[in-house]
Design a protein around this ligand. Structure first.
Ligand SMILES: Cc1ncc(COP(=O)(O)O)c(C=O)c1O
Length: 313
């Protein structure tokens, strides 16, 4: 809790300010090294300008779509896959992209170059835009773009080679189109991450209303079964991850294992040969335990990591 004198609100001395007269107590800070806002119509490195207007539907209703893309050696990995998913997400909620896909790609590439980072993460948001604070999407003045580039926080060596612990989420995950669309309405995902942190494991994974395996808060899950098949859930009540999708293509192209999308029950997960979490920042992480069940961190995890790394090169 802040001390009395540092309190967020001191009613008796509350003043009206303008941007020019604003004297922040602490220098504003942001993990973003560079930011673009279509509201500003500019790029900025000044954290004071890295804001989204409070009347934007993305702020007060989660009404927007987003993507997180990784770049390595200044090259954006799976750029087209991310932009295709963004387009699909926007279409599913009748949100118009303010720029064409080639224009968006050009903006992202310019920002990567200007960030000065060799590797990093791009967070791209398309919001419904400012409105009248009601949920009515037709009251807004038009969709907006916000892009922030941050450093990449890669998983630790321990997580990569010794594996991560996962648990069973206490709630059902998002269902149907809500799960398939990468919308800015991520409260259920946030609660899932909170439960993982509270329980002291890296990730929780959810099961759907029928008891079938879904995904982590921002990661897909897949397994190699005892019969040696690469299995992962149908893209019905989960997001179609670009990493999982790419890994599947690589496994098939090299004829490594039979690949099957399947309704996976908890019993199937418990007897898996190897289990993996997959996502843009992680690539592929082996799972060493699900609740009290331990798994081998074995050869397939390393093989899949190598496949993705090779692909990124
Ligand atoms: C809910 C959810 N599932 C899975 C993923 C993994 O997708 P990707 O591999 O494209 O990062 C993400 C991350 O974007 C996500 O938010």
């Amino acid at each position: 809790m802040p001390k009395e004198k540092d309190s967020m609100l001191n009613i008796s001395s509350l003043k009206e300010i303008t941007f020019e007269s604003w004297k922040p107590l602490l220098p504003p800070n942001s993990p973003a090294v560079i930011f673009y806002s279509s509201v500003l119509r500019a790029l900025t490195r000044d954290p004071r300008l890295m804001t989204v207007p409070v009347d934007d539907h993305m702020v007060h209703r989660g009404d927007g779509v987003f993507e997180a893309l990784k770049f390595l050696k200044q090259k954006i990995y799976l750029l087209q896959d991310h932009l295709s998913r963004l387009t699909m997400s926007a279409e599913r909620i009748s949100l118009q992209l303010p720029l064409s896909v080639p224009e968006l790609a050009e903006l992202l590439q310019l920002m990567v170059q200007k960030s000065g980072l060799q590797e990093g993460l791009i967070r791209l948001y398309i919001s419904r835009g400012g409105g009248d604070f009601t949920p009515n999407p037709y009251t807004t003045t038009g969709s907006q773009i916000f892009v922030a580039i941050t450093e990449l926080k890669a998983p630790s060596r321990e997580q990569r080679f010794l594996g991560v612990r996962i648990g069973k989420y206490s709630q059902v995950g998002k269902m149907g189109w809500m799960a398939q669309v990468k919308s800015c309405n991520y409260l259920p995902n946030v609660m899932m991450k909170k439960e993982a942190v509270d329980r002291g494991v890296e990730f929780m994974v959810s099961f759907d209303e029928d008891g079938y395996l879904q995904e982590g808060p921002t990661e897909n899950i897949a397994l190699v079964s005892r019969k040696g098949q690469f299995l992962f859930p149908f893209y019905r009540n989960i997001l179609k991850g670009t990493t999982l999708n790419r890994l599947t293509e690589l496994i098939l192209a090299q004829g490594l294992l039979p690949v099957e999308q399947k309704d996976i029950q908890e019993e199937d997960l418990l007897v898996a040969q190897e289990v993996f979490m997959l996502g843009t920042t992680l690539d592929v992480l082996p799972v060493k335990s699900f609740e009290s069940q331990n798994f081998t961190v074995g050869p397939w995890g390393l093989k899949f990591q190598a496949l993705i790394e090779q692909d990124q090169k």
